[in-house]
Design a binder for this molecule. Sequence first.
Ligand code: NZQ
Ligand code: ZN
Length: 382
Amino acid sequence: MENFEFYVPTKIVFGKKTEEKIGEILKKDGIKKVLLVYGREAIKKIGVYDRVVNSLKGAGIEFVEHSGVKPNPVLSHTREGIKKAKEHQVSAVLAVGGGSVIDEGKVIAIGAKTEKDIWKFFKREEVIEDALPIYTILTLAATGSEMNGFAVITNEETKEKLNISSVYIFPRVSILNPELTYTVSPQYQAYAAVDAIAHIIEFYFTCKVCPNLQNRIAESLIKNIIETTEIILKEPNNYQARAEFMWAATLALNGLTRTGVGGGLFPNHMIAHALGGIYDLPHGACLSIVIPAWMDWYKDKNRVQFERFAKEIFGVSTVDKGIEMFKNWFSKIGAPVSLKEVNIEESEIPTIVENAYNIAKIWKIENIYTKEILEDILKRAV
Ligand code: NZQ
Ligand code: ZN
């Protein structure tokens, strides 16, 4: 194993009706006024909005609302949230929703504590030094944002979809009630499964050391995500499956699977963010298009891991068969596996390459992911 540091300062409160505890949790932490960040309609439709508001009122917590966060949250709406947080002098952010809502909430929490232009943190031109405390109630299990220090925002003017990473934006408490995810559509469940698996395989395939323990944790999580997704697609209200899926998705990107593996790049996400930034496609759909193409391009660079993956996950003995079965599983659950399926023409590849290369430069991996290589990968996804 490589040396590592593992730091996850987020308390998880997991289980049925746990969202009703939010008022008391905030009160106990001495929080008096929050910015309540949420999306467009889901949380009102499923009744969680009312329960959260009642809990806040019951505990005497004041709140200011910032609603309308869209999937692939955008910079302009985030800036509005920052303005609101400052004007109303809130002492914390409470994000209720999926990864988009949590990510925007995290960035507002940073923006509320600085006069610097928020986008400069994404361009790595400024360093994050503080943020308001962040609390979350998760309604869509996928991204792991509820237990990590990442956030992703799209600058809709430049079409850049960029991420930040900071210890200041780990949520202080995240409430995970699997029942809140019963209403997640089959389509988004499929994207969620792709995303959670993607978080695991990025490190699994790009590891330098690849310890057995981490391999086994990764494989268990992947198998569990596949199995529970198949149950959820047939029985959306199956608590056990929703619960296991939710916790697996959280563990997939809270740093656990990458401990000690050395290396660990995020190339599929880099290309998926380019697609998301340009075309505003759901994150999981971008990944399901990129992953089989990237695997085909990368397979000989870490063949042992690919053989393991084929055998452990799909019970087959060849690398190519493993990739094929993975791709077929994406199709089976309803996730796209080619650019054509989302109406992107081969002639658009150079634009995607430019966007992805911009991210590669920010991540300082442009000498590995050159424009030629990015084009090669994307051509395998036509
Ligand atoms: O628009 P509303 O009405 O709010 O509905 C949402 C949204 O349309 C809906 N939804 C949420 N909970 C629901 C529900 N519908 C029914 N029942 C519920 N209980 O689902 C739609 C998608 O929500 P969104 O938050 O966009 O999905 P997800 O959780 O997949 O988040 C995606 C975003 O997170 C970023 C992605 O790039 C993307 O911007 N990521 C964040 C990461 C992180 N912070 O660690 C890592 C990931 O790799 C990813 O990049
Ligand atoms: Zn992801």
